[in-house]
Design a protein around this ligand. Sequence first.
Ligand code: KIV
Length: 264
Amino acid sequence: MIKNTVNTFRKMKAEGNKIVMITSYDAVTAKIAYEAGADLLLVGDSMANAILGYSNTIALSLEESMFHVQAVRRGAPDAFVVADMPFMTFQNSMEKAIDNAAMYLQKCGADAVKIEGGLSILPVMQKMVECGIPVMAHIGLLPQKVLTSGGYKLSGKTEEDAKRLLEEAIAVQQAGAFSVVLECMPENIGRMISENIEIPTIGIGGGKFCDGQVQVLTDVLGIGDFLPKHAKRYAECGSIMREAIKNYVNDVKNGNFPEEKNCF
Ligand code: KIV
């Protein structure tokens, strides 16, 4: 299979082919997601809550994130891998931001980075692209701003906010982003943005008119207790895993494991 590039996704939008992105945080699930046909793997900072036990994405460090990007790359050598830059790894110093983004490409094998934010991070986005670093933008609900926004809130609810979102989408396109995540906004706003920019929009709670969708792996698999409104469970892997481990525990306790075939 030919490896996807940033051009693949523009072409998919132009031809009306939906783009599918899913998060992945380790080699095992990266291989499975790639083989299942996902077009891009996002090593999201959602790993903080999805698999690392943090209560939000603020605590995630650059080192933790890089460790997981490396694992995803090892598991899916031919996948298009996007590294999601954690909180404060790109916001407060242009030089640090470029160095950190470059490390994802050079030391972790990522194909692109994703950075959260609109107008405030345009200069850094533009500089990354000028340096040759493909950037995926992310506007709408910004989980890395949860402490200042006071919660995870729908964006684009007022006419003024919707206008701002469109301005941001146009601005990130002009800054050179190859695509943009639209998180949690009314479907008509997701549609309006998707129809008014050339780069692909990838929705998560952005409605069905986005050029693609992204979902968090653990939501899709049914691992974890909370399911956001924008997510859909395609399996109940949490229950399956619990049951399997329970059966193993019982077998050992009852002397039914190991069996003869398991012994040397
Ligand atoms: O970290 C993540 O999983 C994300 C998606 C919600 C787009 O940023």
